[in-house]
Design a binder for this molecule. Structure first.
Ligand code: S3P
Length: 176
């Protein structure tokens, strides 16, 4: 099977959907952020604070190269993985790319726990909505590179998985 690569903004459900989809398809699940944390032995917020964002992006780039070289995996990317066009080029070679989207309100609710999203925590509490709106706008065209997009605002993770499975069947990526 081609890899199924989930891209999208923070809080759109890439990790929970990815894990459930992989279980349904009986294939490997790889969460990029989690893998980077495991390999570095520190959390992503710690990595941003101690080594800077550029260091994290380099780790991300190296991991994309490795993952694009394999098959049969559902891969949940980080919200900013799309910023490097080379990352997308590599993923597209061996995978089908699905973008998850959500409304600003849904993203704010799902990412309200401070301390885990360093790119949002840079904005103070009052400006969090503005930070989300601005970053979403900046990245809109990058997320549009996906083969298919699913708005998760009003859907449960299980419903999102069902929509993705239908799409994968229609494209002949999966058969069952
Ligand atoms: C980031 C999103 C995060 C993580 C890092 C940077 C971003 O992943 O990779 O904090 O730039 O949007 P999630 O989308 O899983 O929160």
């Amino acid at each position: 099977m081609k890899n199924v690569v989930l891209i999208g903004f923070m809080g759109t459900g890439k990790t929970s959907t990815g894990r459930m989809l992989a279980a349904k398809l009986g294939c490997a699940f790889i969460d990029m952020d989690q893998k980077i944390e495991e390999e570095a032995g520190i959390s992503i917020p710690e990595m941003f604070a101690q080594k800077g964002e550029a260091y994290f992006r380099e780790k991300e780039r190296q991991l994309v190269t490795y993952l694009a070289g394999r098959r049969n995996a559902v891969i949940s990317t980080g919200g900013g993985t799309v910023k490097d066009p080379e990352n997308m080029r590599q993923f597209r070679k061996t995978g089908v790319v699905i973008c998850l989207t959500a409304s600003v309100d849904a993203v704010l609710e799902r990412t309200s726990h401070r301390g885990s999203r360093p790119v949002l925590d840079q904005a103070d509490q009052g400006n969090r909505r503005q930070a989300v709106e601005q970053l979403m706008e900046e990245r809109r065209d990058l997320y549009r590179q996906a083969d298919h997009t699913v708005d998760t605002s009003e859907l449960s993770p299980l419903q999102v998985v069902e929509v993705i499975q239908r799409y994968l069947k229609s494209r002949g990526v999966i058969h069952a």
